[in-house]
Design a protein around this ligand. Structure first.
Ligand code: ATP
Length: 568
């Protein structure tokens, strides 16, 4: 297909905010490629060239895109940067300068989607000496033959910022509209297939063959899988009411989630909740898995929790968060910050998916194949009961053991990857905490001069995907305060600045932080309609993605809860 035809679809999608209209536009496109062997155009619609489970990244910075634009257009770097400051979208800058250039030169080759896929797929493979130059020439080759609109979308794709407002839900609905009957059973089956495969091309290929083929999509160990998420319980009683009796109570360990995979070739891979492959950061875990889990292949869901080597007390997530990002001197960190794996679910075992089996069956199997070894790897501490008093004692004990609270689970429920479900609840003491995204900041004065001292916090509007301001946090110290200083945060934010207005800056939403606050109030000042009282930044959440940040819906619920003064 000509890339320009795809770009017209991108433009249509960008122009039409209605999800229904977007579905219609996309299914028109899918009808055209339904009978083609290669359906990878769907990846380009997602702004990628690989399936979602694939960890490969382009590794292209804005600076490299600017270099490529200089090379392909002959326009100076200064001019491009100054346009970028004005417009704030490098894709649009590319469109503008290409249209000026194209008044003089008529471009010779037509770009095809195959060519785009071919060049972009090579980017992550390039390594070692001369990588930057090779990347530059692959990009410039595309930009040189690109029309203005093509240049815009090439740059946006490279920067993982396509801005066509088309999420997985719309792609799923378009696939259904193109080849299946639209009803609840089909929608659930296609969603479940996508959650298991994390690959829309595979889902589309199967959908073309019919519902039966969609339903036969299975989990694959070694491919990252979206974790099942929990809803909040108000208290033990509420927990029983919602999941039924008897219920499963487990410690809610305060660490980070680890999905541990072993495939048929005995290859072990560890993924975070953001689907990042962190296997090389955790050689200790790989070792524990080999020693303490008896199975040929599996996908095990777990929480990694840190502990103090001397006192053997569990520590907070913050204490071990460095381990996720560390690329060098890993062994040193393994010794300094030991972790214990607490396995709480199993979704695949010896060649078979268990996602549709009951939790009761899964947890029994988990306990059968894991040989518990404290401070290495073990199954989550668990109590199955119908007795409220016993459950309360268990909850108290979890808090005494330095854990966040308890999880309350239904015995009969299945595992739904990627879904926030009502059959797995979390119960924590009432401390007001939210994960929010930093979208702006303001430079400080005095010893904070030259550094950002106040940070704008935003939640996401679930309907429009827009980030809405909800408060400003200041008060970070010069020295590390619970692991974070304003100096450190400024450093992280600077490359993300999109606009400077006096002392204020707008930044690209990328950094997720945990906030503690006193109260939520209604407020006309902020776009969200709410304001947090006394928000404090507690910690960076490198383990969380933008998708994990709080939504406006959650804020409204928290606000209601505070109004009702419900205590756990
Ligand atoms: P929170 O911010 O409260 O930790 P969350 O956003 O991390 O919540 P939720 O799905 O809402 O995620 O809460 C469940 C999380 O608790 C899981 O993602 C997992 O990381 C962690 N967890 C700890 N222990 C358990 C357990 N026994 N069973 C399930 N999840 C557990």
């Amino acid at each position: 297909m000509n890339y320009s035809d795809l770009c017209k679809v991108y433009e249509d999608l960008e122009k039409n905010p209605s999800r229904l209209k977007k579905t219609e536009i996309l299914s028109q496109l899918l009808k055209k490629i339904k009978h083609e062997k290669n359906k990878e155009i769907i990846y380009l619609i997602e702004g990628k060239v690989f399936p979602d489970y694939c960890e490969k990244e382009f590794g292209i910075s804005e600076q490299l895109c600017i270099k490529a634009l200089v090379k392909s257009s002959g326009i100076s770097k200064e001019k491009i940067v100054s346009e970028w400051r004005k417009i704030g979208d490098l894709g649009k800058v590319a469109e503008e300068i290409t249209s000026k250039k194209k008044q003089n030169t008529l471009f010779s080759h037509k770009l095809t989607t195959e060519k785009i896929l071919k060049n972009l797929k090579r980017l992550p493979e390039l390594q070692g000496k001369g990588t930057v130059d090779k990347k530059l020439s692959l990009i410039s080759e595309l930009l040189t033959s690109a029309s203005p609109i093509e240049a815009k979308y090439i740059i946006r794709t490279l920067l993982n910022d396509l801005r066509i407002g088309t999420g997985p839900g719309t792609i799923r609905d378009s696939i259904i509209a193109t080849c299946l009957k639209k009803d609840k059973e089909t929608t659930d089956a296609v969603q479940s297939a996508y959650d298991k495969a994390n690959d829309f091309v595979l889902v589309f290929e199967r959908a073309c063959k019919g519902l039966k083929s969609i339903k036969s999509i299975n989990l694959t160990p070694g491919h990252p899988l979206k974790a099942m998420l929990a809803l909040k319980a108000e208290n033990i009683q509420d927990g029983f009411k919602r999941v039924g009796k008897p219920a499963v109570f487990e410690y809610k360990y305060d660490g980070f989630r680890m999905m541990i995979n072993k495939d048929e070739k005995e290859d072990i891979k560890i993924f975070t909740r953001r689907l990042d492959n962190v296997t090389s950061q955790f050689p200790d875990v790989v070792q524990y898995v080999k020693q303490h889990i008896k199975a040929k292949s599996f996908i095990i869901d777990s929480e990694a929790v840190g502990f103090d080597k001397k006192t053997r007390r569990y520590t907070s997530f913050q204490a071990i968060s460095q381990r996720i990002k560390r690329k060098h001197n890993i062994q040193e960190l393994v010794k300094k910050l030991p972790i214990e794996i607490n396995a709480f679910d199993i979704l695949y075992y010896n060649g078979k998916s268990l996602a549709d089996e009951s939790f009761e069956k899964r947890t029994k199997l988990l306990r059968k194949i894991i040989e518990n070894k404290r401070f290495h790897l073990k199954t989550a501490h668990q109590l199955i009961t119908s007795n409220e008093k016993q459950a309360k004692e268990f909850y108290k004990q979890a808090l005494k053991d330095n854990q966040e609270g308890v999880m309350i689970k239904n015995l009969k429920s299945i595992y739904q990857p990627g879904a926030r479900v009502g059959h797995m609840l979390k119960l924590k003491p009432a401390e007001n905490e939210l994960d929010l995204v930093i979208t702006g900041g303001e430079y400080g004065k005095g010893k904070r001069a030259g550094y950002l001292a106040s940070f704008t916090l935003s939640c996401k509007d679930d309907k429009t995907n827009e980030y809405l301001e909800i408060g400003k946090a200041s008060g970070l110290k010069e020295k590390k305060q619970e692991g974070l200083s304003f100096i450190e945060l400024t450093k992280k934010i600077k490359p993300l600045i999109t606009k400077e207005i006096g002392r204020k800056v707008n930044i690209k939403p990328k950094i997720v932080v945990t906030i503690r606050y006193q109260n939520i109030q209604r407020s006309p000042t902020y776009k969200s309609g709410f304001a947090l009282r006394f928000p404090r930044i507690i910690q960076l959440r490198p383990d969380r993605s933008l998708k994990d940040s709080a939504t406006l819906k959650e804020i409204k619920e928290d606000y209601k809860r505070h109004e009702l003064k419900i205590r756990y």
